[in-house]
Design a protein around this ligand. Structure first.
Ligand code: HEM
Length: 511
């Protein structure tokens, strides 16, 4: 090719780049304009003004507390934040309508799946329609099986015995022995969910080891994906992604690391054989060939099962530290059902755990006040009317708010702010509540698939720790300030003092 022809080609490609860039900028600005017009940024109602100026923060520490206040004041239990095009409800009838009666009209929707799409791909957590139905059916069969449940209990018990208890013993009674409980439970649940999902042990609770690159990358990826949802407009992060700058660049790198490690794990499984393995990845490999799809399915489980359990355990021990009457009642029940101070407590069977009605009630009660998923949104497909008469237009984001619901007098009575496990008991027997009144694990067709596993994990940890340690929040004035994100996480963690209780233990536990 001659020099002039090459020059001509270069100038053509430069012109093309310029045209492409101008088009992208124009398109982005146009989309931003449409987005802004839809949101009604001019709305001057009290709620929108307070939201936009953040003046709510003068009176309320957490956004969730402000929404709770508004939802309680509303005669229908429903409010609108017009600037976000968001209808928020704490009305159980509306929740049932959204999650069950008109399930098809309230999918997760495209806005949500785009935000999490880079990390979760087409995993169950991030899809609607047939793909969701297929994964749901397959995963329900696996998670419902006795062998998977026993496998999960095996993993949790070994993590408690070999890591959690030794870690608590290493700080117990030391004057400077402050432990960040939130951090410990995040590491604990990460190890468990990775072992359960991939058959891989990241060993992140072994504080002597550097935290695994998988844990770090996964943390960064989920945090930055959640931040996308907080952006004023999706256009902002989409432009950053297009230009590969700032947080989007970090997100891309973190996802790349997650992908490399997920591929390595799959390759290992293929080499070593997976037919006799019990982890989810091996089980799904038996029926799915597509590597990308396998990766997506399993990553959804890691995201769903990690921070939720850690958050639930953190708030449980916060409440227990303040309500030693409840702690004493749990200990009494343990002695009655399991017997005194044996290693069995940490590995109590499903059957024994089921007999502990008070423990179960305390766990449900703590998640009523501190649900790990404080709110959850769907997108309305076609215009609709909610049971309380609220009109919802197509495209509106509709949010149900378990945090506000748990603190609502209309639902739980005048003592709704008190931590009272007894409200779940009738003649000493645990009585579950209507799921739409208590949508902590969601409800309806997409109810949490890991609910039983999460409860088993929580019961096992509570039994093992309460039996052996007194755990007290280090600062008596500590109050939870939540960091914005998909799961309730507290700023600065939860520092606690640990004291071993004055009892003797079998030698296997005491070393
Ligand atoms: C206390 C702990 C947990 C809580 C409070 C919780 C809560 C929830 C909630 C609210 C949803 C609905 C989210 C949405 O649709 O946007 C959900 C879905 C889900 N959860 Fe959990 N979860 C917990 C633990 C777990 C664990 C340990 C696992 C895995 C073993 C798990 C697996 C899932 C899956 C796969 C879904 C998606 C279900 C579907 O879309 O059909 N969860 N969970």
């Amino acid at each position: 090719m001659g020099f002039e022809a090459s020059l001509c080609l270069q100038s053509m490609s430069a012109t093309f780049c310029l045209l492409f860039f101008s088009f992208t900028v124009f398109f982005s600005l146009f989309s931003l304009l449409i987005f802004i017009l839809r949101l009604k940024p001019w709305c001057n109602c009290e709620v929108c003004r307070s939201y936009l100026s953040s003046s709510w923060a003068k009176e309320f520490g957490n956004l969730a507390d402000w929404y709770t206040h508004l939802l309680q004041k509303s005669p229908t239990g429903t409010i609108h934040v017009h600037v976000l095009r968001n209808t928020i409800t704490a009305n159980p009838e509306n929740v049932e309508h959204i999650l069950k009666t008109r399930f098809d009209n309230y999918p997760k929707g495209k806005p949500f799946s785009v935000i999490l799409g880079d990390l979760l791909g087409h995993g169950i957590f991030n899809v609607d329609g047939d793909s969701w139905r297929f994964q749901r059916k397959m995963a329900s069969l696996e998670l419902g099986s006795v062998s998977v449940r026993s496998y999960a209990l095996e993993i949790v018990s070994s993590e408690i015995q070999s890591r959690l208890i030794p870690l608590f013993l290493s700080v117990a009674g030391k004057r400077d022995g402050v432990l960040d409980l939130q951090d410990v439970f995040r590491r604990f649940s990460f190890d468990n969910i990775c072992r359960f999902s991939f058959g891989l042990d990241p060993g992140s609770l072994q504080l002597s080891l550097p935290i695994s690159s998988f844990a770090v990358a996964f943390d960064v990826a989920s945090k930055l994906s959640a931040e996308r949802a907080m952006a004023i407009s999706p256009i902002v992060w989409k432009i950053k992604r297009l230009l590969n700058v700032g947080s989007e660049r970090k997100l891309k790198e973190a996802i790349k690391t997650v992908n490399i490690l997920a591929t390595e794990m799959k390759n290992q499984r293929r080499k070593m054989g997976f037919s006799d393995r019990k982890d989810l990845l091996s089980r799904f490999m038996a029926s799915i060939d597509d590597d990308k799809y396998l990766r997506d399915i399993v990553i959804s489980f890691v995201l769903a099962g990690r921070d939720t359990v850690a958050s639930a355990l953190t708030s449980f021990f916060y409440l227990l530290s303040q309500h030693q009457r409840v702690e004493a009642a749990i200990r009494d029940e343990m002695e009655r059902v399991i017997g005194p101070r044996t290693q069995e407590a940490a590995a109590a069977s499903f059957e024994k755990m089921r007999q502990m009605h008070y423990l179960n009630a305390a766990i449900y009660e703590s998640m009523r006040l501190y649900p790990p998923v404080q709110f959850d949104s769907k997108f309305c497909q076609e215009d609709d009317i909610l049971p309380d008469g609220t009109f919802v237009t197509k495209g509106t984001r509709v949010t149900y708010h378990p945090y506000a619901m748990g603190r609502t007098e209309r639902i739980w009575g005048p003592d709704c702010l008190e931590f009272k496990p007894e409200r779940w008991l009738r003649d000493g027997v645990f009585m579950p509540e209507n799921l739409f009144k208590y949508p902590v694990f969601q409800g309806g067709l997409r109810v949490c698939l890991g609910k039983e596993m999460a409860l088993m994990e929580m019961r096992s940890v509570v039994l093992a720790l309460v039996q052996r340690f007194d755990i007290r929040v280090a600062d008596p004035n500590w109050a939870p300030w939540f960091v914005p994100g998909f799961t309730a996480t507290v700023r600065g963690g939860l520092p606690v003092f640990v004291q071993e209780r004055a009892v003797t233990y079998p030698s296997t536990l005491a070393n």
